[in-house]
Design a protein around this ligand. Structure first.
Ligand code: ATP
Length: 552
């Protein structure tokens, strides 16, 4: 584990500002430590050797102590603010990057692990900023100043410190290597625990139904135990390394003290210099010892930030910068030889797929489960990039345009539409924020959901609605947009025959281009064309064959 990850400084401006502030505070702290030692040594030697009073020195000492207390306070405030700013920056960056990577990437991630990382995981950066980093800066500034000052009084003592001091960072580096593996294991155990727990909670009704709910107690206990064991190992290592660091520092200070004592007895060293060296020697080791102590508390935060950088360094698919997307109300869309292979899969999900979609057409994609129908919609939207072939509009490939501008041409209803907490109207207005109440009611009616009240609450992820109702609200959300092309993944699943007929007739009347995934006969029959995915044959209605330019 690197003491300071340069990526943290690169990605978060607050971290850079904080580091500069910490260096200033570190130098000031070093200065006050030396001043305090000089004043103390002078006062004690004055009292012992010359019988001086301590009045003036005492006031100066009070001033130094207050100044040091103010520095600690400033450091704490700056650190807490920096930690909050860095966490919020990293969270925003991960969310923005995840959005750009799209649903195909997200489906390969474990959402609960990502949630844990962005919440509890990044919160572990607090001790890193509040304790570890300031201490690291002090460790770099204070010993240098202290040893330099000691050297002006007693070269031998300064030499002893210079020789013994590096032992501490060397030992810390060894501990760091061991801790890194432990921290990763602990982070992994926490992610597994979160994932397992959210899976069990989500599947509890099913587990209960099959009488397997109790069996999960053992599984949760095992996963929790793994996390407990990993945490205990980290703690054991932390205590052990703190003990050894303390021992090392104490022995080193003792070495300096014995040398100073002997030279004092021999008369080679004055009392004031000896006192100064004795007061300063522990101060040289203290920052380094404390770096070791705070290192363990911050190791989890650093492991979490490494995980964050893994996400942030996942390359984005290359997309162009063009914003002049052709108007798909009048421009046909072509899929040419589109071949998509998901990461980690040998077989392509879609192999050499061709499709011409003419403005105003209703085209149904049919084919067995797993044939690649949803993948066709994902390829059109640019959620997956074809390894071969391309999506073309108006003579330009889709990936020449920015994803935001390209996707404005489409409204999409996925197989499992997401709804957010709020009313039905709130969810529909996600498609068109300025939609009036009348627009919302019309969209609901066109989606075959006239009986649903716009003010009805949908609950978290739409849990207060039935599966069919959720789908119709999502369809209404797509219909309320002004997108010229509708991409609908089984839009009428869960609807009765009457509602389905209404939806189909509205889709046909709307004049928009519709590409839908369909299994049900009513939907297939209503389409202008049915395209089999996973097969090469095109089932065209005779009236459209000439328009599609397909011979036969
Ligand atoms: N994110 C993904 N990662 C890896 N493989 C995937 C992913 N999404 C889909 N697949 C695989 O790609 C193939 C095509 O999936 P797709 O969802 O496009 O099929 P489909 O025809 O829509 O199926 P269904 O009718 O069951 O919805 C399947 O073998 C599926 O397992």
């Amino acid at each position: 584990m690197k003491p300071l990850d340069p990526r943290l400084l690169r990605r978060a401006k607050a971290a850079r500002v904080f580091l500069v502030g910490s260096v200033v505070i570190g130098v000031a702290t070093g200065f006050f430590i030396v001043v305090q030692a000089v004043l103390l040594a002078h006062a004690i030697a004055g009292v012992v050797l010359r019988g001086d009073g301590v009045g003036r020195v005492a006031w100066l000492l009070v001033g130094v102590v207050v100044a040091r207390a103010v520095l600690v306070w400033v450091q704490e405030v700056v650190a807490q603010r920096a930690a909050a700013a860095v966490k919020s920056t990293l969270r925003r960056q991960v969310l923005e990057h995840s959005l750009k990577l799209g649903p195909a990437w997200l489906s390969g991630e474990r959402s609960s692990a990502l949630t844990t990382l962005l919440t509890k995981g990044l919160d572990d950066l607090d001790p890193y900023f509040a304790r570890y980093l300031p201490q690291l800066v002090l460790a770099a500034t204070v010993p240098a100043g202290v040893v330099g000052w000691m050297a002006t009084g007693d070269l031998i003592a300064a030499g002893t410190v210079v020789v013994t001091l590096p032992l501490i960072p060397v030992f810390m580096a060894l501990v760091g290597w061991a801790t890194q593996a432990h921290s990763r294991r602990r982070q992994h155990a926490l992610a597994v625990l979160a994932h397992h727990f959210s899976d069990v909670v989500a599947g509890l009704p099913t587990l209960k139904l099959f009488g397997r709910a109790k069996g999960q107690v053992r599984a949760v206990r095992e996963v929790t135990d793994r996390h407990r064991v990993a945490s205990m190992k980290s703690l054991r290592l932390a205590f052990l390394s703190s003990f050894v660091l303390e021992l090392l520092a104490s022995i080193s200070v003792a070495l300096v003290a014995v040398g100073v004592g002997l030279r004092l007895i021999d008369g080679k060293l004055g009392l004031e210099t000896a006192l100064l060296v004795l007061i300063l020697a522990p101060e040289a080791y203290l920052p380094l010892r404390q770096v070791g102590a705070h290192f363990h508390a911050s190791a989890d935060g650093v492991a979490a930030s490494e995980e964050v950088f893994r996400v942030l360094e996942t390359p984005l698919p290359e997309r162009g910068e063009r914003t002049d997307v052709p108007d798909l109300r009048v421009t046909p869309l072509h899929l040419h030889d589109v071949t998509v292979r998901y990461p980690g899969r040998d077989e392509p999900a879609l192999d050499g797929f061709d499709l011409d979609l003419w403005p105003g057409e209703v085209v149904a994609l049919a084919g067995p489960s797993g044939a690649g129908k949803s993948t066709v919609l994902a390829a059109v939207l640019g959620f997956v990039l074809p390894e071969r072939g391309m999506v073309i509009a108006g003579g330009s490939a889709a990936d020449e345009f920015t994803p935001e501008h390209w996707r404005r041409q489409f409204a999409w209803v996925p197989q499992r539409p997401g709804l957010r907490t709020g009313t039905i109207a709130d969810n529909i207005r996600l498609g068109h924020p300025d939609a009036t109440d009348a627009d919302v009611l019309r969209a609901l009616a066109d989606a075959g959901a006239a009986e649903l009240a716009p003010t009805q609450q949908v609950g978290e992820s739409g849990q207060l609605l039935s599966g069919g109702q959720r789908r119709r609200v999502a369809l209404a959300r797509a219909l309320v947009t002004e997108a010229p092309v509708l991409l609908l993944d089984e839009p009428t699943a869960g609807l009765d025959a009457e509602a389905e007929a209404e939806v189909v007739s509205h889709l046909r009347r709307s004049g928009r281009t519709v590409l839908l995934v369909a299994h049900r006969p009513a939907l297939l029959a209503a389409a202008d064309r049915v395209v089999e995915v996973g097969q090469t044959s095109l089932g065209l209605r005779p009236s459209l064959r000439s328009r599609a330019g397909v011979a036969g």
